[in-house]
Design a protein around this ligand. Sequence first.
Ligand code: MN
Length: 289
Amino acid sequence: MRFCRFNDNRLGVVEGDQVRDVSTVLEELPSYRWPFPHGDVFMAHFGELRPKTEALAKTAPAKPLSEVKLLSPIANPGKIIGAPVNYRAHLDEVLDDSALHHGMKIKPIAEAGVFLKATSSLIGPSDAIVVDWPDRRTDHEIELAVVIGKRGFRIREEEALDHVAGYTIGLDMTIRGPEERSYRKSLDTFSVLGPWLVTADEIADPNNLNFELTIGGETRQKANTNMLIFNVQKLIEFASKAYTLYPGDVIMTGTPEGVAPVAAGDILHASFEGIGSIDVRVVGNWDRR
Ligand code: MN
């Protein structure tokens, strides 16, 4: 099953190039008073709502996907976890290029740990990435994004995939420079998820998916998740050694070689085997004062 969020926070089931509006299922969600629970409320209840969602989709009105605005499929992740240099060839390119490492000692993921991106950086594919630090290089990073469906702490590698709700495409936008990753990767609009969530049962092996990022028809990044240093299961074990993973938490699994600058006017075309593709605009000044 593939679900998306679209337009004015509608919930949709995606079938081919159509989206079925199943938003009425959201009325089943419990209402909360402050303080709210950790994690994304829809993802926390997705398991029990799924049969009803699928039944509704059979008769719900359909719209062409091309006519809707796609939001991040996850509305309120409690955390967005990033994996630093989790592809060998990307590690090599970072070590070789001072514009990428900025004199910092780049350590492999086993020594570096994972990092967190601010949830306020999250947008969907129909929004635009804002690049407005002209003195800095801003790079694209295409990544497999894993969405947690079941709470867990100290999850073992062997049971890790039981905690996955599904997968989506992630863009981990990054300003290059000497600051901590959490600062450089957390600017508003610097985390993109979409176009929809593909449930885990549709992806036989998340560690064997081809993917590619192109700009203007030119290939920038192209790899397969079988090149991950820490695969999906290992990342879940590694991250949950430090903190409890809650439904809706997102793990961006790391990017392969080919990271390169973006500029206003670019359209990033990111595609993933088994998921689909997104086209995300890059814009310059964004007047938000
Ligand atoms: Mn990254």
